[in-house]
Ligand binder design. Structure first.
Ligand code: C2E
Ligand code: CA
Ligand code: CA
Length: 756
């Protein structure tokens, strides 16, 4: 379980809970809707049931009331003519049993006679009864009698035994029917319950005392505020059907339940109104409970989700505390990056194309020293914003230190990644500044392979390694440089680790040796100096390793300071020893790395050593690289001034590699410039080459600097340099760098080495 969370993150957990809750809630709502539907169906049925009960009550009463007609029919069974019939009827109507009877008629065949024996031809509902069920006693309906001009209800009974009377009909006043209907007895729960007459107005005969009108139609309409529902109910009544219609009164659901049995009730009908809630009070309690449980459940779920979200937000905020963030730039620092990047990588285990990138702003220190803290901060913030713009989901970045950023990006392939980095460089170059400098971004890229079980720290180290490996020479002019980490780099790393372990011992054991490469003065036609170049002797191979192998490492780990001092001491030893023994000594140029030169005691140490060995002024020239001058001009200027005061000469090495050479010439009081080997390369236009070459030489000379060309390998180079007015040359053409013993011999015979 824990593994699951750490793999997929809490986001997935939250989503799962939310999903489960949503599904449950939807299911519950569905069930509830179904259940409420069910309730209303059952409520409707219940309403109808109650109305039917009321109907049977009315039936009973109607049947009871037919007894009057039946007893009269028995009395009439002996009558053989209209006179006898008249007598029987007149006698009967005197009795209290028939006190409510208004009048009586009888059938002889299909002819209807009034009680006085006259044939009656007016409207009488009993004719239909006789037509349909002549042998059935029963209620024949309400009608307005034309003769008596009153509304009456007729009850029919067949007469047997009489040769003249077939059936008798007894008429009661219509309001007698009202007593048949006791609303209270049958429909206690109804909002109203009425017996109505199906005529034009659906006139109410009984019940519903509080109704607004004696017409059912109007009453219902007024009460419910509905037309359609009421019409539907009336339609049922007119059609003689039983049924229900749902209506809504003030948001509450009601059901109108009607019974209108045309065959038995004739034009009578029953109408009732029930509130559904009242019919199913218990059911609704259950529903309320379910709703409450659901609300509680939803609340608990919401609380859990809120809690998880708050926790996650807090965790993310924690990333932005002092330990994991760069407060100034408002982004992650290296540690924050490491944490977030590992989380991202852990939850995207399957994706292979992740890249860890070290992005380095070249000349960070130079920009900072030359243009100030505010400028560099502004630039870094701009870079941060540029990176943030290209960062997508499941990607992150951080600022490590001094213009070093780390990025975690994913891309389809290397080309896709390069395209994104180009966009980033483009955005970075949108930087606007009052100062003039180039923004050069170097990208060291480590491509993360899924199978490799590497920590994020290792991946970052590899990206750094790839960045460091971007060669100085190729790096100079392009605005964007990148390098992918490869296993060869890894070999270099192993080699470096090995060298790092051995370097201190090697210094003590004298494994570092100094070679001397003579310099030839073209004006005087003989040697006029040399350069001390360090070599590391490898006893295993018996070879001297050139500085290219180890210098970079020693500059990174600081060992170069010790090595430079060592080389310098050895040079001083050689000079002092040779002079003491009456030998010839030419000035020696000593290389000093920038790291060594910026040590606070640098000038003092070099001066004290020189004094200790009793070496005269002018015999030692210190060489600084042009990149040092470019990156930290002010510091170098101070150092050069200090050295000059203490009798050293100063040279600027690898001149022409950088791009503010003119400024160096103008502002640094150097004694020599050493032109880089690339001046000797010929482009398409030799005349142009020569023009540039000669103007630099002239400029340097005008400023009182000696011009030395290094890397001179051929006679053609030499002749060209003579023609252009170069002072001194150094290179294989004159001599290879030599071990001290060979160099001493070389010097002794130097007058024989005339190359011009
Ligand atoms: P550099 O100061 O530019 O030294 C000149 C390099 O050119 C030397 O390489 C030398 O062997 C090589 N060279 C000389 N003549 C020719 C030639 O005709 N053709 C070609 N292709 N190359 C030539 P090396 O000895 O491998 O030194 C490489 C760099 O290491 C030096 O470049 C210098 O910057 C640095 N270095 C050497 N010794 C020291 C030292 O004691 N301290 C420091 N800090 N750096 C040193
Ligand atoms: Ca040099
Ligand atoms: Ca050089």
């Amino acid at each position: 379980m824990h593994k699951f969370f750490s793999k997929y993150g809490k986001a997935v957990l939250i989503s799962l809970i939310a999903l489960a809750s949503a599904v449950l809630l939807i299911a519950a709502v569905f069930m509830l809707i179904n259940y409420s539907d069910d309730i209303s169906v059952r409520a409707t049925a219940e309403a109808q049931k109650r109305t039917l009960k009321a109907k049977s009550h009315v039936y009973e009463k109607l049947t009871e009331n037919t007894s009057g007609a039946i007893s009269l029919a028995i009395l009439l069974s002996d009558c053989d003519d209209e006179v006898e019939a008249y007598g029987v009827i007149s006698d009967a109507l005197q009795k209290s049993e028939f006190s409510e009877v208004r009048f009586v008629r009888y059938f002889s065949g299909d002819v209807l006679y009034s009680e006085n024996g006259a044939e009656y031809t007016g409207t009488d509902s009993s004719r239909e009864h006789r037509g349909a069920t002549p042998n059935e006693p029963g209620y024949t309906g309400v009608f307005n009698d034309e003769i008596y001009n009153m509304s009456v209800a007729g009850f029919y009974a067949p007469v047997t035994g009489s040769s003249f009377v077939d059936a008798v009909v007894v008429y009661y006043p219509r309001n007698k029917l009202s007593s048949f209907y006791s609303a209270d007895a049958v429909t206690a729960d109804a909002d109203f319950s009425v017996l109505a007459l199906d005529n034009e107005k659906t006139e109410i005969l009984a019940g519903g005392e509080d109704l607004p009108s004696f017409s059912l139609k109007d009453s219902l309409r007024t009460m419910t505020g509905e037309v359609d529902g009421v019409n539907e109910a009336l339609k049922l009544i007119h059609g003689g059907e039983d049924g229900t219609v749902k209506v809504t009164i003030d948001t509450a659901e009601y059901v109108v339940s009607v019974c209108a049995d045309k065959t038995k009730l004739k034009d009578l009908s029953l109408a009732e109104l029930y509130r559904i809630d009242n019919l199913c009070a218990v059911d609704f309690d259950i529903v309320d409970t379910i709703i409450m449980i659901m609300i509680l459940f939803a609340m608990v779920t919401v609380l859990i989700i809120v809690y998880l979200i708050v926790r996650r937000v807090r965790r993310e905020k924690e990333f932005f505390n002092m330990q994991t963030s760069d407060v100034k730039l408002q982004c992650l620092n290296r540690r924050g990056f490491e944490e977030l990047a590992s989380e991202i990588l852990a939850r995207n285990n399957v994706t292979t194309s992740f890249y860890v990138i070290s992005m380095h702003l070249k000349h960070y220190k130079h920009i900072k020293d030359s243009f100030g803290e505010a400028e560099i901060s502004r630039l870094l913030f701009h870079l941060k914003t540029a990176i943030a713009k290209i960062i997508g989901i499941e990607e992150t970045f951080g600022h490590c230190v001094d213009g070093d950023f780390v990025l975690l990006l994913h891309a389809k392939d290397r080309d896709g990644l390069i395209a994104r980095l180009k966009t980033l460089s483009y955005l970075a170059h949108q930087y606007k500044s009052a100062h003039k400098f180039d923004i050069i971004l170097k990208y060291g890229i480590f491509e993360r392979v899924q199978s490799e079980d590497l920590t994020i720290q290792q991946a970052i180290d590899f990206a750094y390694e790839a960045n460091d490996a971007i060669s100085q020479a190729t790096a100079q002019d392009a605005n964007m440089q990148f390098n992918f980490y490869s296993s060869e780099l890894s070999n270099i790393r192993l080699l470096n680790e090995d060298m790092e372990l051995r370097m201190e011992g090697a210094l003590k054991n004298g494994e570092f040796q100094i070679f001397y490469q003579p310099k030839y003065n073209l004006r005087v036609g003989r040697q006029d100096g040399c350069e001390a170049l360090v070599r590391w002797y490898d006893a295993k191979t018996g070879k001297f390793n050139a500085p290219a192998l180890f210098l970079r490492l020693f500059e990174t780990n600081g060992f170069i300071v010790k090595l430079d001092k060592y080389v310098y001491k050895k040079v001083c030893e050689y000079i002092s020893y040779t002079i003491a023994h009456g030998g010839t000594v030419y000035p020696v140029s000593v290389n000093v790395s920038r790291i060594t030169a910026v040590q606070p005691d640098f000038v003092e140490y070099y001066y004290n050593t020189k004094r200790k060995y009793g070496i005269s002024d002018g015999l030692i020239m210190i060489e600084f690289t042009e990149s040092f001058a470019y990156e930290d001009y002010a510091t170098l200027r101070k150092i050069v001034d200090g050295l000059h005061r203490r009798g050293f000469k100063c040279s600027i090495d690898d001149f022409g590699c950088g791009y503010s050479s003119y400024r160096i010439l103008k502002s640094l009081p150097m004694d020599e410039i050493k032109l880089d080997k690339f001046f000797l390369e010929r482009s398409d236009s030799e005349s142009r080459d020569d023009a540039i070459f000669s103007s630099i030489i002239q400029l340097a000379k005008n400023l009182g600097m000696k011009v030395t060309q290094e890397g001179v390998e051929t006679k053609e180079d030499l002749e060209r340099l003579i023609a252009l007015g170069c002072d001194t040359v150094q290179g294989y053409y004159y001599s290879y760098p030599l071990p001290l013993s060979d160099y001493i011999i070389f010097v002794a015979n130097s007058n024989k080495h005339n190359i011009t």
